[in-house]
Ligand binder design. Structure first.
Ligand SMILES: Nc1ncnc2c1ncn2[C@@H]1O[C@H](COP(=O)(O)OP(=O)(O)O)[C@@H](O)[C@H]1O
Ligand SMILES: [Mg+2]
Length: 397
């Protein structure tokens, strides 16, 4: 049988499903039946829907069509010689390309005896009983075509969203990078003024200068944090083996002056895992969590922070905890802390941008992990991070 069986409807735009929408010309239906007269009748009816109708007289012929065309729907005669409709459906389900094509089985089987269809209950499957009633045929097919159209629309929207997300991230990175240069000039000159020319200024002038300097520093941290945040929401870079113990040491070295100022202590109670991850993002993750644990200490109590790994239920996952004795948070506030720019009332008097935990969450999610918080005001806070173990990457979406 050559392509002559292909009988696309050439009537063009039409009225489908009671809407005045032009159905996409590429919407294709495949009808499979070993009897030509059935094919002919179905085709005639379906053409009124304005789609391209393809017909095949055997399972094998149908298979070769499905590999070459993108069908919105298959109408499958159950009772065919050689390969019957169920066998064909089974083969289609085994192939990645064809497994999601909706199927309507057409059968002469007794309506009461539905046991035959066991196993086909899941997925986009329906049944038509012979002799085929034209109205029922059309209404069932219309439902599937509408579903197919919605699915295509969703795919388009998703592709567009992903594209615009990517360009927003690139935009944020370029903008924050470019803002940093003039800002460095401002902070540099302010510091120079304070160091070398402060005597020439009036007390008011010195006060203004110090305000400018600290505002410029705040803006620098804001830009740094926005940059990290936008990177955390991009795909992780090259995944490599990361020893979290070494990352931990780097983070402690960077927090050293803060720890000295506050008489703080961070201790590791149990070795941290070695995982497969983006090393820069793991550094940002620990820096933010341990940094918060040190920063949000009670005014009269030096920060005591404990870091340790924990067992998980699956050996594909690792977990570690950062626990502090700080100011804590109210339970009702906890769900909001991962929102960008969100700072709780407890953060008054503590410097910050409200982007740290949003960045942490982005990093954890991009690595296929989870983060949980428990906290008591005036007692302390515990963050538990779960990540993929080495070799657990196949679980990652
Ligand atoms: N360890 C903690 N103890 C108490 N409150 C915390 C802790 N970590 C975070 N928070 C609260 O969550 C808010 C968001 O944290 P984060 O995103 O890191 O922003 P910030 O720049 O304010 O530190 C903080 O402003 C603070 O109110
Ligand atoms: Mg923070």
């Amino acid at each position: 049988m050559d392509e002559a069986v292909r009988t696309p409807n050439r009537q063009g735009g039409d009225t489908v499903m009671g809407t005045e929408r032009n159905r996409e010309p590429q919407t294709k239906i495949l009808v499979v039946d070993d009897r030509r007269e059935n094919l002919f009748a179905m085709e005639k009816t379906l053409r009124t829907l304005g789609c391209e109708v393809y017909t095949a007289e055997s399972g094998n012929e149908a298979l070769s069509y499905t590999l070459r065309h993108d069908f919105a729907l298959l109408l499958l005669d159950v009772n065919m010689p050689e390969m019957d409709g169920f066998e064909l459906a089974e083969l289609l389900r085994m192939n990645e390309e064809t497994k999601n094509i909706p199927i309507i089985f057409v059968t002469a089987i007794n309506k009461e005896d539905k046991s035959v269809f066991k196993g086909y209950e899941s997925g986009a499957v329906d049944y038509l009983f012979k002799p085929v009633d034209t109205d029922i045929l059309l209404s069932k097919v219309k439902v599937f075509l509408e579903l197919n159209m919605k699915k295509k629309e969703l795919e388009l929207i998703q592709a567009e969203l992903e594209r615009s997300n990517r360009s927003l991230q690139e935009f944020a990175q370029v903008v924050s990078h470019d803002l940093k240069n003039p800002l460095n000039v401002i902070t540099g000159l302010c510091e120079l003024m304070e160091a070398k020319h402060a005597e020439g200024l009036s007390p008011k002038g010195r006060q203004y200068l110090s305000h400018i300097t600290s505002a410029a520093h705040r803006m620098t941290s804001l830009i740094t944090d926005i940059l990290s945040f936008s990177q955390a929401n991009a795909e992780p870079g090259q995944l490599t083996e990361v020893d979290l113990n070494r990352v931990y040491e780097d983070v402690l070295a960077d927090l050293d002056s803060r720890l000295q100022q506050t008489d703080g202590q961070v201790e590791k109670l149990a070795p941290l895992p070695v995982i497969e991850a983006d090393p820069t993002q793991m550094y940002q993750l620990l820096l933010n969590l341990i940094g918060n644990a040190v920063k949000y200490h009670r005014p009269d109590t030096p920060p005591r922070v404990q870091v340790y790994s924990e067992r998980t239920e699956s050996d594909r996952r690792v977990a570690f905890v950062i626990e502090d004795n700080g100011i804590g948070m109210s339970p009702e506030d906890i769900p909001t802390i991962f929102t960008p720019f969100r700072r709780l009332d407890n953060a008054k008097g503590y410097e910050g941008t409200g982007l740290g935990l949003a960045t942490v969450k982005g990093i954890v999610e991009r690595h296929g992990g989870d983060i949980a918080v428990s906290s008591l005001p005036g007692v302390g806070t515990k963050f538990r991070v779960v990540l993929q173990a080495r070799g657990g990457a196949e679980e990652r979406e």
